[in-house]
Design a protein around this ligand. Structure first.
Ligand code: ASP
Ligand code: MG
Length: 411
């Protein structure tokens, strides 16, 4: 029998009524002839509440005990869904991470899945049972302790289980009906995508599209698990297919640009009049890397005769003050003239695998932004995306301009 993984997020299991609704979605796929594994999140708001309890008990909490507490939300919903399914006459059994087991690293609070043993789940399928699996949690083999996979980790549980049991697809049910070409709150003409490639989705998730945990997209890409994002609020007997995340080969009409993402979580730092000598970049970025600060865009000005240069780069807003302090502390070795910074900036990115085979895609955007009087502070490009850093005040204008420039506006 073909296998399917269905994952339901917090709003989809927010109360017992919503859990009954989930049971009906599951019943539909069982009737269609699938062996089904369901992965559930905690009820919406539950994990936040549990995290707050932990911090209240002790701000300097033990991380293994944090996991013991916050993993409990998924234990509740997995049991409740199994009960709801049984009430509807569908054989079902709940599974905690340690029961399967889903083995992980010992990085409590953000553990990585190392291995999933599918044999117990296979036993359940052989008995005709739906497996209802608590998302977000696993176990570290040596210590036997419970672990969690980082916030939003149920997506990753679902994709990993799909790969482990050889599921035909992984359907991620949420409160939106798919992935959009950009944030519909900023561009009302944003469209739901029918299909998007793994690579594009990975860029979008990394750039802040919150619909899927980044790690889950990485796993789907590595294991080539076709994954959909769809709505549990559709009627169970008329559920729409949502957005399919798949291989490039499975997309017939590939657009050049498929989505526009933006992130306000960027800050700019500029070092002026640096002595231009070998090792200067290493002297700047080495200490930042040691402090775990992720540098994104980097621009170095070509030096003139004076043998000095300017270096501009971006860091996450949350690390801005720390980064400046580190650079100030290094001023003896780095020897810069001035340090300047800005936090009222935004990074806007256009993503599309079609950029690989088309020239001048970014140039078109630079022209369009110039025509609107928007100044570009920094640019980076990769094979399937380009990003510009601009003043945050122009966010909406720039996103809308690029969205229509690349033909993404809904007719
Ligand atoms: N309940 C966890 C969280 O809120 C995991 C998840 O929902 O994916 O982060
Ligand atoms: Mg989520």
């Amino acid at each position: 029998m073909p296998r399917l993984v269905m994952k339901f997020g917090g709003t989809s299991v927010a109360n017992v009524d919503r859990i009954r609704n989930v049971a009906r979605h599951v019943a539909r796929e069982v009737a269609a002839g699938y062996e089904v594994a369901v992965v559930v999140s905690a009820m919406s708001g539950k994990t936040n509440e549990l995290v707050a309890f932990v911090k209240d008990a002790n701000p300097l909490y033990d991380e293994a005990e944090y996991d013991a507490v916050v993993a409990s939300g998924e234990q509740v919903t997995s049991g409740l869904l199994a009960i709801a399914l049984r009430k509807d006459g569908i054989k079902a059994r709940s599974w905690q991470g340690w029961q399967i087991p889903i083995l992980t690293s010992d990085a409590h609070g953000s553990a990585r899945i190392a291995e999933i043993d599918g044999s117990r789940l296979n036993g359940g399928f052989a008995r005709g049972e739906v497996a209802v699996i608590a998302g977000f949690q696993g176990m570290h083999a040596e210590s036997g302790r419970l672990t969690t996979l980082g916030r939003g980790g149920s997506d990753t549980s679902a994709v990993a289980i799909a790969a482990a049991i050889g599921a035909e697809r992984c359907d991620i049910y949420t409160d939106v009906d798919g992935v959009y070409t950009t944030d519909p709150r900023v561009v009302p003409k944003a469209q739901r995508m029918e299909r998007v490639t793994f690579e594009e989705m990975l860029e979008m998730a990394s750039l802040g599209a919150k619909v899927l945990q980044v790690r889950s997209v990485e796993l789907a890409m590595v294991h080539r698990v076709p994954t959909t994002v769809r709505s549990s609020f559709d009627p169970p007997d008329a559920a729409r297919p949502g957005t399919l995340i798949c291989d490039e080969d499975d997309i017939v009409e590939q657009q050049i640009i498929t989505g526009i993402a933006f992130s306000k979580d960027e800050a700019q730092i500029t070092l002026r009049n640096l002595k231009d000598s070998p090792g200067i970049a290493a002297a700047i970025f080495g200490p930042l890397a040691d402090a775990n600060i992720n540098v994104d865009m980097i621009i170095q000005t070509v030096s003139g005769d004076q043998a000095t240069t300017d270096m501009t780069f971006t860091v996450p807003t949350a690390d801005y003050e720390r980064a400046r302090a580190i650079l100030d502390a290094q001023s003896a070795t780095i020897a810069f003239g001035q340090i300047e910074g800005a936090t009222d900036v935004v990074k806007i990115s256009a993503i599309g695998v079609g950029m690989r085979s088309h020239a001048g895609v970014a140039a078109k955007a630079f022209r369009a932004l110039a025509q609107k009087g928007i100044n570009i502070r920094a640019i980076t490009t990769s094979e399937i995306k380009f990003s510009v850093l601009i003043d945050a005040a122009y966010t909406e204008l720039a996103v809308r301009t690029l969205h229509s420039l690349y033909g993404l506006d809904q007719a």
